[in-house]
Ligand binder design. Sequence first.
Ligand code: ADP
Length: 400
Amino acid sequence: MKVLVVNCGSSSIKYQLFNMSDESVLAKGLVERIGLEGAVLTHQPAGKDKVVITGDISNHSVGIKLVLEALADANHGVIASMKEIVAVGHRVVHGGEKFADSVLITPDVMRALEECIEMAPLHNPPNILGINACAELMPGVPQVGVFDTAFHQTMPKAAFLYGLPYEAYEKYGVRRYGFHGTSHKYVSQRAAEMMGQHMSNLRIITCHLGNGSSLAAIKYGKAIDTSMGFTPLEGLVMGTRCGEIDPAIIPFLMKKEGMSPDQMDEYLNKKSGVLGISGVSSDFRDIEDAAGEGNERAQLALDVFAYKVRKYVGGYVASMGGVDAIVFTAGLGENSIEMRDKICNGLEYLGTRIDHTKNNVRGKAQEISVDGAKVKIFVIPTNEELVIARDTKAICGSLI
Ligand code: ADP
């Protein structure tokens, strides 16, 4: 059973083709600069050389068509024909309160996705374009939507409501939704496997630290809190996003700097975070290098970032009445030995400590806490695509 996993952004399409009999990846790739000059498809068949295809990729439909042609190409393809693809799984960013799980795409689901656009104006429209393009190019092939928000739908009201008039929630759905749910779900399940225990016995804090970062508290198998909110802007200080701030700062700065709502949105989403604090870069590698060379603001950005993560960890330990495992994942969490060390420095009160030798690891699933620690610390590479492929198989298995 071959399942195609598609993740459409505003000008990009990431894809992976899975052979679900052994969960191997047959090919993966990326279409970039859709609708722009210099559009390109980079196709990587497993065990073969990368292929770069350039051309006029004016929209997502043209992009998906190129991907399907690349997958079935006589030279660099991995399937004889696109008929071998029996189902498609799509990453969908915002499912609102309507989707607590992955779903088979139907006309009703498409209507519900359209209704969620208002809450994710940048993310949901390209997801919808991708679904429509696949429906057009692969008629009759079932498609599944896997939502970034779904895993967090188990949060209790006390954790997801803001201190705003209740009508804001009732009328407009203003509440905490949380994102990166597929990643939090995957790495928490992997941690339970690595501990040889069932999720229902464990309290886990998952730290998805990348360009966008979020933490989740997962108590006995259910997400009970997470740091991102109504949008992915809340919570930790991120690459370019501010994370939690006093909301009164927004009208204050708008008046002072004469900013429009759109300009303010860009300021908070694109110019803030560790980029804004350091003035160096949004990429943690650049910031770590600059700090190493004595740049004080770069060092400050790293200090603020690590402090915020540690503060959320402490908060979630209190929310769950304890913790059994802490997991680091995503670009920074999987790769930055220094940042993991910095975050964990001071967690001894929890009954855990990082083992500096074990922590010397990048991009590999491994326990990094000292032997016998009461609370285990792990590095676990995330694999959102695999979760999407598994959910797609589970939902479509009986249809094909
Ligand atoms: P996205 O949110 O875009 O999916 P990723 O999960 O790919 O982000 O993470 C990207 C971030 O990971 C970048 O800020 C990058 O600096 C950081 N990163 C990747 N590798 C390393 C490394 N070796 N050391 C420090 N940071 C790293």
